[in-house]
Design a protein around this ligand. Sequence first.
Ligand SMILES: *Cc1c(COP(=O)(O)O)cnc(C)c1O
Length: 221
Amino acid sequence: MIAGNIRRIREELPEGVSLVAVSKFHDSEAVMEAYGAGQRLFGESRVQELLAKQPLLPDDIGWHFIGHLQTNKVRQIIGKVAMIESIDSERLLSLVDAESEKAGVVTDVLMQVHVALEETKFGFLPEELMEFFRERRFENLRAVHIRGIMGMATNTDSEPRVREDFRRIRSLYDAIIRDVAPDLRRFDTVSMGMSHDWKIAVEEGSTSVRIGTSIFGPRQY
Ligand SMILES: *Cc1c(COP(=O)(O)O)cnc(C)c1O
């Protein structure tokens, strides 16, 4: 079932849009099933769960951390993740940079932008992120590579609302490129779209979707 779900999603994904299979709350056997279908990128949102699962699984998996990352847990995942998609404050960014430098690695990250109407979602406001790039506050980073931005749409059945949110995320990315392009190398990722809204996200310019439920089924919390 998992392999079939992955194949079906892949068939519908345009060339060049990557698929991160969100395996949070699913065990290593489920991950192996997806791996068997050729899936190599997986997303986790809790540090303890990631650290428990990782040793049980092949080491050519690229793990993406996608949840809110508490600063006191940063050190535990540096060097173990291919990307942190959920940088939601400059304090966290600096810490990831410092710990990466200490560990002698470069960590790829995405800046998380908050456009959804819900109060509870983490991330920079679009204006804050634009200011961050305009003021070139990325220049002093030594061991972090900012690869792009990540965002979520409002959790609603209203397709126009969701589409508008994705459009804002994509146009923020385009604006950053336009303003500071020459200085941003490999700033190539717009991560947006989950199980219920990824098709809209792709239409609005996503380059990477994060899909859990439609691959693994519902999560048992
Ligand atoms: C859980 C999660 C997903 C996947 O959600 P599904 O609806 O199960 O596809 C995607 N992105 C983030 C940030 C998540 O926390």
